[in-house]
Design a protein. Structure first.
Lengths: 265, 271
């Protein structure tokens, strides 16, 4: 119950910035439209590139714009708050709360993601659907299976961002590592171009990295390119990364608690 | 800003503040170098994305990979230079909220120079460097003549000035509302993205918009048509290909008016 309350508060916190959300939706839509024309050109020449048809590729563009903020691919969310609190020393308060720090911040980030999904996820997708011919899930249960991947994907993204935020315990300024995460995340999540059209070994590598959970796997479920058993393996892949990252975060956090004298005062 | 200060004051003032921020950024060397490397790689991977697209196709809108690289490098250089010198102006709203803009107003350095040099980040040079690399590589495949070299040089300077104007003009919105910062991104970074590709792949309405409304097509597209010896797929007159410096001067002049107008209408938050 407590975690639900945290998530709801995070949702509301983000919802106070209405104009900023509108501006963001506009920007997402502009980028979506640009990429659609690029992909139309590519898929007109190669109608089966990466196993996608034109409509799949265009849908992928808008799913990407929808996931950009939801999965905080450019960073942000509760791990940023934590990094600030580590720098100021306020993290001491988080550490002696009778609730686990990981669960607290994960709940807050899920609340944020829910807000971004409902606004910056949904609105650009509607814009895209009005302007272009998109593919939608073929059956109601596919919608459900797609939606259910999202919290797992947010957890994977959260784990990556939290690991970087935790480095603040040692290096006091996490902007550098954070930037590297954005760089790798943007490329390997398939925001730049879909992972399915990566050539050869690069594709295999990208498909195995945690960032594939943020956009490619959910998108393939939406588009119907992952069906039956592949949905199960997709889920297995995402859950495995989510668990591995959470365990890693817990481990680093324990190291930090033991070895670091919190600054501030 | 009752009276426009001499340009030299702006220039030296800008660099004094910039040097201070460079010094400050070196306080965390690991972060500085990671950020610099990040800026380089992010630009690099952006181009790798285009390279991956070219795995599936041979030409985009009739342009080869090296020609797209030429467009990419040219617009990238324009944006990266403008971003390095004046990109921080996107924080204008924050400066207004925090009251730092008021402090700047009483200092004996032109306001715009102070706003733009605030938090000057040398690491942005990484992006410039990357675009120089892509541009240089793509230039190897260009059939150069003396006139084309001149047009190319003018293109880079004009491109930087056009992006410079777009950054400042859109930031001026923040004198009225502080919440719409992201709209500017659609035109600066979005403008950069759209001009990375040959405009031939976009509908003619988009190209008209980028010619007459938000003249980003002059950043690279029109001069590149001349340098790469291409016919304009939309049939615009050939002299458009030499118009970039004129567009740049018009944009900079407009920017001066918009900025002055914004400053004159500025009211402190009073906090």
């Amino acid at each position: 119950m407590l975690h639900v309350a945290i998530a709801t508060r995070a949702f509301r916190r983000y919802s106070t910035y209405g104009a900023a959300t509108l501006a963001g939706i506009f920007t997402n839509s502009v980028f979506g439209i640009i990429m659609c024309f690029v992909y139309v050109e590519v898929w007109n020449q190669r109608p089966d590139a990466g196993g996608y048809d034109v409509s799949d590729a265009l849908t992928y563009v808008w799913l990407g714009q929808a996931m950009l903020m939801t999965m905080a691919i450019f960073g942000g969310g509760s791990p940023d708050d934590l990094a600030t609190r580590i720098k100021s020393g306020d993290v001491a308060i988080d550490l002696y709360r009778p609730v686990g720090l990981l669960g607290w911040y994960l709940a807050a980030d899920l609340g944020r993601a829910a807000y971004h999904l409902c606004t910056r996820g949904l609105a650009p997708t509607v814009v895209g659907a009005l302007l272009f011919d998109l593919t939608f899930p073929s059956a109601p249960w596919v919608w459900l299976v797609f939606l259910a991947t999202l919290p797992i994907a947010v957890t994977v993204s959260f784990g990556l961002r939290l690991l970087i935020a935790l480095t603040t315990f040692w290096i006091f300024d996490d902007t550098g590592p954070r930037m590297m995460l954005v760089v790798l995340g943007t490329f390997f999540s398939g925001m730049t171009v879909p992972l399915v059209i990566f050539p050869g070994a690069l594709r295999d590598l990208a498909m195995a990295l945690p960032w594939a959970s943020l956009l490619q796997v959910p998108a393939d479920i939406w588009l119907g390119h992952r069906t039956g058993w592949e949905i199960v393996t997709g889920y297995g892949f995402m859950v495995a990364w989510a668990v591995a990252l959470m365990v890693a975060c817990a481990g680093v956090l324990r190291l930090a608690e033991r070895r670091v004298v919190v600054q501030g005062g | 800003m009752a009276e426009p200060a001499p340009l030299r004051g702006a220039w030296t003032g800008y660099w004094q503040i910039a040097a201070m921020w460079v010094h400050a950024s070196m306080a965390y060397p690991l972060s500085f170098w990671l950020l610099t490397l990040g800026g380089f790689v992010i630009g690099g991977l952006d181009f790798v994305g285009i390279w991956i697209l070219f795995h599936s196709i041979d030409a985009m809108g009739g342009f080869s990979l090296t020609e797209v690289g030429f467009l990419y490098g040219a617009t990238g250089l324009g944006l990266a230079l403008a971003d390095m010198y004046v990109g921080r102006i996107e924080r204008l709203g924050q400066m207004i909220r925090m009251g730092t803009l008021d402090t700047m107003m009483v200092k004996p350095i032109p306001l715009l120079a102070q706003v733009c040099s605030n938090e000057f980040a040398l690491r942005r040079l990484a992006r410039v460097f990357l675009c120089v690399l892509v541009f240089a590589w793509a230039s190897l495949y260009v059939d150069w003549t003396a006139l084309r070299v001149v047009v190319a040089a003018v293109m880079i300077v004009s491109g930087a000035l056009i992006f410079f104007s777009v950054f400042i003009m859109l930031a001026c919105i923040q004198f009225w509302t502080a919440d719409a910062v992201e709209v500017a991104n659609a035109f600066t970074y979005g403008g950069n993205t759209v001009t990375q590709y040959p405009l031939a792949i976009f509908p003619s309405e988009v190209v008209k918009g980028l010619t007459f409304l938000m003249p980003l097509a002059f950043v690279n597209w029109y001069p590149a048509l001349f340098i790469l010896d291409r016919e304009d797929p939309f049939g615009f007159p050939e002299w458009f290909q030499f118009l970039s410096p004129v567009v740049a001067v018009v944009m900079v002049t407009l920017t001066t008016f918009v900025w002055r107008f914004g400053v004159r209408h500025y009211r402190s938050t009073g906090s």
